[in-house]
Write a protein that binds this ligand. Structure first.
Ligand code: FAD
Length: 457
C-alpha cells in the first residue's frame, strides 16, 4: 500500500477535528509516530491527534470508512510497539491530558492520554496518590487497562482496581460509560484486557491519602545470588502489605554484576528502618541505603536511567508460582553466563491487596501471583543474536513455575501462546465480550483476544 499523504478526504476530515491530522510527509510525522521501543519502527498511514472524545469518534469512523486498521496510543510504552501500527490509523490520545481531583469524593478524573508522572505530581501536590507503575512516562490508561502495579499495589491493589468509571468509544463510534452499574461486562473487560474493547477517553479513579514512604536501594555482588535469593525469599514471607521489595540482577561489560534490592515501606521512617534493615545485613555489600522517599522524585528519577530514550528493548516475562530452588539456580547461572553483556533481570513483588480480589471478577486473572519475573535487554543499532538467544534460554528455564504472563509486558510477536498466558482463565469470557463490543475485530494492535471460532493453539 502506498504511504498516505494529504488528499481531499483527509482535508475534510481534518477540518472537522479539534485536534489535528498528521500524515507521512508532514514535518512532525516522524516524531509523532515514534514509540518508546525503537525495535518497532512501524509506519502508520495517518495519526489523528485527538483533543476531544468527538475527535476519537471521528477518527474511529474515518479509519473504518477508509478500511484502515486502528491502533490507540496513550503513553507509547507498549513493549511491542502496539500503539503505532504498521499501515494503521493511529488514534493519538496525548491531547486528552486533563486531570481533575475531587478531594472530598477522593477521586481523580483524567483524560485517556494522561501519563503517570503528571498524575503522580498533581495528586501529590494535594497530599494524595493512586496506584501507578514506577515510570513517569508510561500512560495511565495503557498501564491500567492491562492491570498496572507499583509502589502502592500491595496496599491498594492494581491500578485497574482503582477504576470507578470509564468513558469508552466503541468500534461502531458510539460513546458509552462503563462502571459497576452501567455496561458492567465492558467494565469487567476494561480491567485487564481494556485495549481490546474500545478507546478509553476518560477515567475516574479512586485516590488515597499520600503515604509517607521510606526506602531506597541496597546492592550486593550478583555472584552471591545463590546465597542472597533464598534469604530474599524467606524475607518476603515476613512482610506485611505496606512493604514492597523488588530485586534486580544487572550485568554490563566491565562492571561488577549487581544484585540490588529496591525496597519501600509505606509508613514512618523508624518503622521503615526496622522492617527493611535486614536487607543490609547479608554480608559484604556494594552499598546503598534507605531514607525518607519523596514520592514524586522516586517516580521521576529511577526508570529513566534503566530505560533511557532511544533504545531498542526485548522483554521476556512470566508470573511465577514460586521462587523455588531450581529458579534460584537458574537465575544465578544466568548472571554468571552474561557478566559481559548488558542485561537486567527483575523479580517484582506482588501479592497483598492484589491477591484479595477474585480472579474472575476482573479480566486480570493473575491474582494469586507473588512474584513477577522479567528479563530486559536493551541495545542501540543492530540486536545481538547471542543475547536474544540467551534471553530465550532463560525464559524457557523459568517456564516450569510460570503461571502466565503480564499482558503489559507481552509483545504481539510472542504469538498465540502469549495470548493464552496473558488472559488464562478469563480468555473464554473475553472472547465472548470482544465479539459483543468489537464484532469486526477493529482493535487488534495489542495482545488481541482471538475470535471464539479461532481458539488459540
Ligand atoms: C520503561 C517501562 C516501565 C514500566 N513500568 C511498569 C510498572 O512499573 N508497572 C506496570 O504495571 N507496568 C509497567 N510497564 C508496562 C506498561 O504498563 C505497559 O507498557 C503499558 O501498556 C504502557 O502504556 P502506555 O499508555 O504508555 O503505552 P501505549 O503504547 O500507548 O499503550 C499500550 C497499549 O494499550 C492500548 N491503549 C493505551 N491507551 C488506551 C486507551 N485509552 N484506550 C484503549 N486502549 C489504549 C494501546 O493501544 C496499546 O495496546 C512499564 C513499561 C515500560 C516501557
Amino acid at each position: 500500500m502506498p504511504p498516505s499523504s494529504r488528499n481531499e478526504d483527509h482535508d475534510a476530515f481534518a477540518a472537522a477535528l479539534s485536534g489535528s491530522l498528521v500524515v507521512p510527509g508532514d514535518p512532525d510525522f516522524e516524531a509523532t509516530a515514534r514509540v518508546f521501543n525503537q525495535a518497532f519502527q512501524h509506519r502508520p498511514r495517518l495519526v489523528v491527534r485527538c483533543s476531544t472524545t468527538d475527535d476519537v469518534v471521528a477518527a474511529v469512523r474515518h479509519a473504518r470508512a477508509a478500511g484502515l486498521p486502528v491502533t490507540v496510543r496513550s503513553g507509547g510504552h507498549a513493549h511491542g510497539g502496539a500503539s503505532v501500527g504498521e499501515g494503521a490509523a493511529v488514534i493519538d490520545l496525548r491531547g486528552l491530558d486533563t486531570i481533575e481531583v475531587d478531594r472530598e469524593a477522593m477521586t481523580a478524573t483524567l483524560g485517556g492520554g494522561v501519563v503517570s508522572g503528571a498524575l503522580i505530581r498533581q495528586l501529590a501536590a494535594e497530599g494524595l496518590a493512586t496506584v501507578t507503575g514506577f515510570d513517569p512516562r508510561v500512560g495511565v490508561s495503557g498501564l491500567l487497562l492491562g492491570g498496572g502495579y507499583g509502589l502502592l499495589s500491595r496496599r491498594h491493589g492494581l491500578a485497574c482496581d482503582q477504576l470507578l468509571e470509564a468513558q469508552v468509544v466503541l468500534a461502531d463510534g458510539s460513546v458509552v460509560v462503563a462502571s459497576p452499574t452501567q455496561e458492567p461486562d465492558l467494565f469487567w473487560a476494561l480491567r485487564g484486557a481494556g485495549a481490546n474493547v474500545g478507546v478509553v477517553t476518560k477515567l475516574v479513579l479512586r485516590v488515597h491519602e499520600l503515604p509517607s514512604v521510606y526506602g531506597g536501594t541496597f546492592a550486593y555482588h550478583a555472584g552471591r545470588a545463590a546465597d542472597l535469593l533464598p534469604r530474599y525469599r524467606a524475607f518476603l514471607e515476613t512482610l506485611g502489605d505496606d512493604t514492597t521489595v523488588y530485586v534486580g540482577l544487572e550485568t554490563a561489560p566491565n562492571t561488577f554484576p549487581s544484585l540490588t534490592f529496591m525496597a519501600f515501606h509505606l509508613g514512618p521512617p523508624d518503622e521503615g528502618e526496622a522492617v527493611l534493615h535486614p536487607l543490609t545485613t547479608w554480608g559484604r555489600s556494594l552499598g546503598g541505603g534507605f531514607s525518607e522517599v519523596d514520592v514524586v522524585a522516586l517516580h521521576h528519577d529511577t526508570e529513566n536511567e534503566t530505560f533511557p530514550e532511544g533504545f531498542s528493548h526485548s522483554w521476556r516475562s512470566h508470573f511465577l508460582s514460586a521462587l523455588d530452588d531450581a529458579a534460584i539456580a537458574t537465575l544465578s547461572a544466568a548472571v554468571s553466563d552474561s557478566v559481559q553483556r548488558s542485561s537486567w533481570t527483575v523479580l517484582e513483588h506482588m501479592g497483598g491487596a492484589i491477591g484479595r480480589v477474585d480472579p474472575a471478577s476482573t479480566a486480570f486473572a493473575h491474582r494469586g501471583v507473588q512474584l513477577g519475573w522479567v528479563s530486559a535487554l536493551k541495545w542501540q543499532g543492530a540486536p545481538d543474536p547471542d543475547a536474544l538467544a540467551w534471553q530465550e534460554w532463560l525464559f524457557e528455564q523459568m517456564r516450569p513455575r510460570a503461571l502466565g504472563s503480564y499482558v503489559n509486558y507481552v509483545s504481539p510477536k510472542h504469538g498465540p501462546e502469549a495470548v493464552v498466558a496473558a488472559y488464562t482463565s478469563n480468555l473464554g469470557r473475553l472472547q465472548q465480550l470482544k465479539a459483543r463490543y468489537d464484532p469486526d475485530w477493529v482493535f487488534t494492535g495489542n495482545v488481541t483476544v482471538p475470535r471464539p471460532s479461532q481458539p488459540p493453539r
